[in-house]
Design a protein around this ligand. Structure first.
Ligand code: SF4
Ligand code: SF4
Length: 66
C-alpha cells in the first residue's frame, strides 16, 4: 500500500486528518485515530508525513514519481 499508518506509533494528535489537502483520512472516534479512507485521492505531497510527530505515517511513492 502506498500510504500506511502504524497505529501502534500513532498518538491520535489529528495532524494528518486536519492537514491533508485531499481529505484522504477519516477520523475514527471509537479508537481516536485516523483511518485511510480515500487512498486514491492521495497526491503524495508528503505533508502528513512531515507533520506526524510520531513518524507513524509511511508513504511509498509510485514508480511514476521517480
Ligand atoms: S501525502 Fe498529502 S495527499 Fe497524501 S495523505 Fe498525506 S497529506 Fe494527504
Ligand atoms: S499525525 Fe501521526 S500521530 Fe498524529 S494522528 Fe496522524 S498518524 Fe497519528
Amino acid at each position: 500500500m502506498p500510504l500506511s499508518i502504524d497505529t501502534e506509533k500513532c498518538n491520535g494528535c489529528k495532524n494528518c486528518y486536519t492537514i491533508c489537502p485531499q481529505d484522504v483520512f477519516s477520523w475514527e472516534d471509537d479508537i481516536k485515530k485516523p483511518e485511510i479512507t480515500y487512498l486514491y485521492e492521495c497526491s503524495h505531497c508528503g505533508i502528513c508525513w512531515m507533520e506526524c510527530p510520531k513518524r507513524a505515517i509511511d508513504i511509498t511513492l509510485p514508480a511514476s514519481c521517480y
